[in-house]
Design a protein around this ligand. Structure first.
Ligand SMILES: [Zn+2]
Length: 134
């Protein structure tokens, strides 16, 4: 995705494309991927960027609030940011920490419980934890 495309994408989501936000976006939105904040910080530092950790965390929060990226909480310690925002599910490899996409139509959920009174379904996210055999 070119810099112009990324700028447009940020604007489309109501995000002002500041230089620092563009740096974070160009790491995360360059291709379909799942990255933690630390992985993004590592990539930015590797590229010689001076964006602070706090800015990266704030930017990722903004990106997920505006729907630019999808947040995946594997557990209390592991949060990933997904550049693919349309509905889909994930395999999580507990040994490698790698997330892999599962297309939404590969999983059918037959028996959902009745929703709590006064609510409507906002989404169903399936995370299948896997490990190497043996
Ligand atoms: Zn994904």
């Amino acid at each position: 995705m070119s810099r112009t495309d990324i700028q447009r994408k940020l604007r489309d989501h109501g995000v002002l494309p500041t230089a620092q936000r563009l740096e974070v976006a160009s790491v995360l939105l360059s291709r379909p991927q799942h990255l933690s904040a630390d992985q993004i910080i590592e990539k930015l530092q590797g590229a010689g960027s001076g964006v602070s950790k706090a800015t990266v965390y704030n930017t990722l929060k903004l990106f997920s609030e505006t729907g630019l990226v999808k947040e995946i909480n594997v557990d209390a310690m592991r949060r990933f940011y997904d550049s693919t925002t349309h509905p889909h599910h994930h395999f999580y490899h507990v040994e490698t920490g790698e997330l892999t996409d599962i297309p939404a139509d590969n999983i059918s959920i037959m028996d959902l419980p009745n929703l709590p009174k006064g609510t409507e379904q906002d989404g169903v996210d399936v995370l299948i934890r896997v490990r190497n055999k043996g």
